[in-house]
Design a protein around this ligand. Structure first.
Ligand code: SAH
Length: 361
């Protein structure tokens, strides 16, 4: 039996064993991905659920050193979708029988923004006869705002921890009161307490990150008892302080392969989780998301932002599909998923089974 086979049979996910798994190469690497694919089919089946992604605005109060839409990037043309555009995108998702939408934007924390989102949530619920699931990804907000949006009908929230190591978190963000690790943790706890299915995640291969950090991020997901995870390769953006940088010694291809292994290991550690095959994977390999689905992911977020804005929500270089309209994405995804042995859960929410068991235990 191989070393990794033994670790997986014993389900011993110690920090050292996780590092061994993350470094699995060749046959062992393939074995890892295969076992994760099998685990997924056994535990959550072979369905992949769609979340139509609406990038509402790239206006952002934060200045995360890695992110292309950071406040200090003056080259970005800032935009805000109109309400009509957001509702049209949601209606498109409903018509196409995507079970849910994800609405994401830069971080804005004023009252007017909170009011607007609350209104949009109610209108999306209405236009879809209460059927579309709504996931939000608007960063750190007050307890009151989280509560209002939840009551309006949003039921999932994504907030990546970015790194569970406070020292690394500090290297990825400016050192000021708007970028505190403790606030991030506090926000995640608030989301859970409010009742959201809560998702978190990290970037893989970010500057200064080590294998040990990644091992501990996996342990953090387990400890936080997260319902969903979205994580993908770090890809430098030229107009950020991290231009040309990455974790030491990791090429783009290395970061891609490491991301697949992270997905696979997480599926084996937490079998009933919802795990996203993220867009950043596709930026490196056109079939990146399908490969992640084979390695244990079960969620795909097709971009349904109106085409003319997509070019301005560039978190990293080389973001795929920025010149397409939503209609073009649907066919493309269908065709390609058919290449994997997956089925698309049309018209279903596809909630995290983990959330269900967490609520009932
Ligand atoms: N404002 C929202 C959404 C931000 S963008 C929030 O704070 O949650 C969503 C994710 O994109 C971030 O959480 C980050 O992990 C990822 N991201 C940003 N820059 C990136 C880069 N250069 N490479 C890869 N992923 C990046």
């Amino acid at each position: 039996m191989t070393a990794i086979g033994q670790i997986l049979d014993n389900r011993d996910f110690s920090e050292e064993n996780l590092i061994t798994l993350l470094k699995a190469e060749k046959e062992e690497g393939i074995e890892l991905l295969q076992r994760a694919g099998e685990m997924k089919r056994r535990q959550v089946g072979n369905k992949v659920y769609f979340r139509g992604l609406i990038e509402l605005s790239n206006v952002c109060e934060k200045d995360c050193l890695y992110c292309g839409i950071r406040r200090s990037n003056e080259k970005v043309l800032r935009y805000n979708l109109t309400d009509r555009e957001v509702l049209d995108a949601a209606a498109f998702a409903y018509r196409e029988r995507y079970g849910s939408v994800v609405i994401q934007s830069g971080e804005v924390t004023n009252r007017a923004f909170a009011d607007r989102i609350e209104r949009l949530i109610r209108e999306i619920k209405q236009l879809s006869n209460d059927q579309l699931g709504i996931t939000l990804s608007f960063g750190e907000q007050s307890a009151e705002t989280y509560q209002r949006w939840f009551e309006a009908g949003a039921h999932r929230y994504l907030l990546r921890i970015e790194s569970s190591n406070p020292q690394l978190y500090a290297k990825l963000h400016p050192q000021d009161s708007k970028h505190r690790f403790e606030d991030r943790i506090q926000a995640l706890n608030l989301l859970k307490a409010t009742g959201y299915q809560t998702g978190t995640g990290i970037m893989i291969g970010a500057p200064f990150q080590t294998y040990r950090d990644l091992a501990n991020d996996l342990r953090f997901f387990q400890q936080f008892d997260t319902d969903m995870v979205g994580m993908g390769p770090f890809i430098a953006h030229d107009d950020t302080p991290f231009k040309g940088m990455a974790a030491e010694g990791l090429t783009l291809a290395d970061r891609f392969n490491l991301s697949l292994k992270m997905v696979a290991i997480l599926r084996l550690m937490m079998p009933d989780l919802n795990i996203a095959a993220t867009t950043a994977l596709q930026a490196i390999d056109p079939l990146g998301r399908e490969k992640a689905v084979n390695a244990g992911a079960n969620i795909i977020m097709p971009n349904i932002t109106p085409g003319s804005y997509r070019n301005n929500y560039l978190l990293y270089n080389n973001k795929p599909c920025t010149d397409e309209e939503p209609e073009q994405c649907t066919g493309c995804l269908d065709a390609r998923l058919a290449l994997t042995d997956s089925e698309i859960g049309y018209g279903e929410w596809g909630d995290s089974p983990h959330f269900r068991s967490r609520k009932h235990s």
